[in-house]
Design a protein around this ligand. Structure first.
Ligand SMILES: C[S@@+](CC[C@H](N)C(=O)[O-])C[C@H]1O[C@@H](n2cnc3c(N)ncnc32)[C@H](O)[C@@H]1O
Length: 266
């Protein structure tokens, strides 16, 4: 197993001059914006993404779990609470891991490494999860093959990512919603869908790099890596949240996130 166990000496990420993946969550301005979003619960995580993700989780009792892009460790703590034997949280961002470490949980270990650089022994895990991390990875077909080897036979990979209908236009078009007379969204614009690759966009700061790929590329990447897809979700916000924040009903016009649960066939 590689990757440095946290805490560690603060590394300097000079990804502009290296092949290291982007580590935008360690940019202070970005991190402050993201942290505020999560602390206030004003984003889509608590009302849409997390409920859908949890609905896909199996009984984790006794499982060895890897959470890739674990962020502040909410999912790691949940899985340990639910009886996982071990939970390994892994993230490229020291800021996020520092937040994770603020709340100790038995059976949870954090590793500071990127998904691209991570390496584990064959069959190390029964369940791999990644919540909203995959759209930051340039070569998912290589990563999916690695995840397949890290899973035991019948092990599951469950993930969410920004939906391709959302990433397609990021950074490429100025207006993403068609709006009615009162400024209300009436349709989502879709363009550049087949043009896979880097999208440099503004989210708290300019120059946040994500990778767009089609749904077919994601699904075929899984199949080609030896996975059998068991469930997909393109959810809208939970209804209780829609009642409290009516603007969330607009999210029904297009899927913001794509979820897939897949099983490693060996
Ligand atoms: C949107 S946050 C989600 C955090 C957490 N999974 C959650 O749902 O609360 C994305 C996380 O992925 C991490 N990340 C982005 N690119 C990564 C990479 N290439 N390898 C590992 N982690 C990465 C970020 O540092 C960040 O913590």
């Amino acid at each position: 197993m590689t990757g440095e166990r946290f805490p560690l000496v603060r590394a300097v990420f000079e990804y502009e001059n290296t092949n290291m993946p982007q580590n935008i969550y360690d940019n202070p301005e970005f991190f402050a914006g993201y942290d505020r979003l999560r602390e206030t619960g004003s984003g889509m995580n608590e009302v849409l993404e997390q409920p859908a993700f949890r609905s896909l989780l199996p009984d984790v009792t006794g499982l060895r779990v890897l959470d890739m892009g674990c962020g502040a460790g909410e999912m790691c703590r949940l899985l340990a609470d639910q009886g996982a034997a071990t939970v390994t949280g892994m993230d490229v961002s020291e800021n996020m891991l520092e937040k994770a470490l603020e709340q100790h949980q038995d059976r949870v270990t954090y590793i500071h490494t990127s998904a691209e650089e991570a390496a584990f022994d064959v069959g190390s895990f029964d369940l791999v999860v990644s919540s909203l991390m995959l759209h930051y990875v340039e070569d998912i077909s290589l990563l999916l093959k690695k995840i397949h080897t890290w899973l035991a036979c019948g092990g599951k990979y469950i993930f969410s990512m920004e939906h391709p209908v959302a990433t397609a236009t990021q950074g490429l078009v100025e207006t993403r919603w068609d709006r009615g007379e009162n400024g209300e969204p009436i349709a989502w614009r879709l363009a550049h869908y087949s043009e896979e690759g880097e999208r440099s966009t503004r989210w708290f700061i300019d120059g946040v790099v994500k990778y767009h790929r089609t749904v077919a590329t994601v699904v075929n990447g899984l199949i080609g890596s030896g996975f059998r897809i068991s469930q997909m979700l393109e959810p809208h916000a939970i209804e209780e949240a829609e009642r409290e924040r009516p603007e969330l009903i607009d999210e029904r016009m297009r899927p913001a996130f794509l979820f897939i649960a897949a099983e490693a066939v060996k």
